[in-house]
Unconditional design. Structure first.
Length: 432
């Protein structure tokens, strides 16, 4: 019947052999896919090596320019150990020298991101100034150029011996000194010297090129920090090398409630971010801080600090919660005022939150460190003071054993013992 014939036809249609697929298009598709993978691997291998040669520690974690994800093909074709062995800078501690920079600075797009400067400042007292050389050693190991801002009087013949010694050790550790001017020419009863020194970090870009190596270019990256704050993490301070979409990096953005809003006596609710840590290239710092045309660094500092004294008074006081003196926080208030007026805020800002109870070794809640495993997740260390206290130094030395090579550790121990010989006072005080 017609139904039976139809059923037979359908059965035959279903049981017929499918024609073989065309081999040429399939082969071309496979070849194209293979070419894409090979090209991606070659691109990634080249760029990972390039980034690592510029001391970007994130490349050690296989994070590459070609992808923000850890894709299977986004790993160097060679083992990481081979990449490190082939990279001259991997075998050298500290920021690049002129010769090393010349070998790896062909890519102008990346160059400014890897000319990194850690900016710290200090008065010339034996309580606080002691830490600067060891802090410089730790920042040098991170690939930063440590820049110490001090008053120009540091070079005078009447300078205490401990200052001359510490300056020499700071330079030995890879540090660079930036004189901010002769603060003795400023009436100290009007403008506190310590306030000038604190605010100087926000204006390091103004005259730094006069002391920084000329081969790193005119737009280096400045990261503000404290002389008594030791970096521990090898990745936290390099986040800007991965997130290149942002121009200003606030690496402790949640220190104050409401995204930085804070109220202080005599000051309206203002935006504040800790000076530890704020990072940007020199050109961005200039856009934000807007120094007066033709002003020297000291001129600008005197002008801004005088404005702070007029607004809040000269007295700098502290309470247990460190949150009552506007002049004490004036450098942060000044930055908050300028950054909120900047066109890039907050759109071009990288805001990184922290939990210092977990990720900071702090003198307020110190815990002994006897192994490197105890530093997992730790970003930095707010050191114990004073270092002349034997108990404090014993705990700090315990930490330094984990952060430094044996040779560097011996250097730090020798520096400490010699410095203490210069300063025999056990009870010293400072405004910082």
């Amino acid at each position: 019947s017609r139904v039976q014939r139809g059923a037979l036809v359908m059965a035959a249609f279903r049981n017929r052999e499918a024609p073989p697929p065309p081999l040429l298009p399939l082969l071309l598709l496979l070849l194209l896919a293979a070419a894409v993978v090979v090209q991606a691997r070659e691109f990634c291998d080249t760029n990972c090596t390039l980034v690592h040669a510029r001391q970007d520690a994130l490349s050690c974690e296989r994070r590459c320019l070609c992808s923000r994800r850890r894709a299977a093909w986004c790993e160097p074709a060679r083992p990481l150990e081979d990449v490190q062995a082939a990279c001259e800078l991997c075998r050298v501690a500290g920021p690049p020298t002129r010769e090393q920079w010349a070998a790896y600075a062909e890519d102008a797009r990346l160059e400014a991101r890897f000319a990194r400067v850690a900016v710290l400042s200090s008065t010339l007292d034996d309580f606080y100034f002691f830490y600067a050389p060891i802090t410089a050693l730790l920042w040098s190991a991170q690939g930063f150029y440590p820049l110490l801002q001090v008053k120009s009087e540091y070079a005078d013949a009447a300078t205490p011996a401990f200052v001359t010694y510490a300056i020499a050790k700071f330079r030995e550790a890879g540090g660079i000194v930036q004189p901010i001017g002769r603060t003795s020419t400023v009436a100290s009863e009007v403008v506190p010297e310590v306030s000038l020194v604190q605010a100087a970090r926000l204006y390091a870009f103004m005259e730094a090129n006069a002391v920084l190596p000329d081969f790193i270019g005119a737009d280096p990256y400045f990261l503000t920090t404290d002389a008594d704050m030791w970096p521990v993490s090898t990745t936290h301070f390099r986040q800007h090398t991965v997130d290149t979409r942002t121009r200003l990096h606030l690496l402790y953005a949640n220190a104050y409630p409401n995204g930085g809003d804070v109220s202080l006596p005599g000051a309206a609710s203002s935006v504040m971010y800790p000076i530890c840590y704020i990072g940007a290239n020199a050109s961005t710092w200039r856009e934000i801080m807007q120094p007066a045309e033709g002003a020297t660094l000291l001129d600008e500092l005197v002008s801004q600090v005088t404005r702070g004294v007029e607004a809040f008074g000269r007295e700098r006081w502290l309470t247990d919660d460190k949150a009552r003196s506007p002049l004490w926080f004036y450098d942060q208030l000044l930055f908050g005022e300028r950054v909120t007026a900047w066109d890039g805020y907050p759109r071009e800002c990288l805001r990184v939150g922290r939990n210092p109870r977990r990720d900071r070794l702090d003198r307020g809640w110190w815990r002994p460190v006897q192994s490197a495993a105890q530093l997992d997740g730790v970003v930095d260390c707010h050191v114990l003071r004073p270092a002349s206290d034997d108990r404090n130094w014993a705990l700090l030395a315990e930490l330094l054993r984990q952060l430094l090579t044996p040779e560097q550790y011996r250097w730090a121990e020798d520096y400490h013992s010699t410095f203490i010989e210069f300063t025999t006072r056990k009870e010293v005080k400072s405004e910082l």
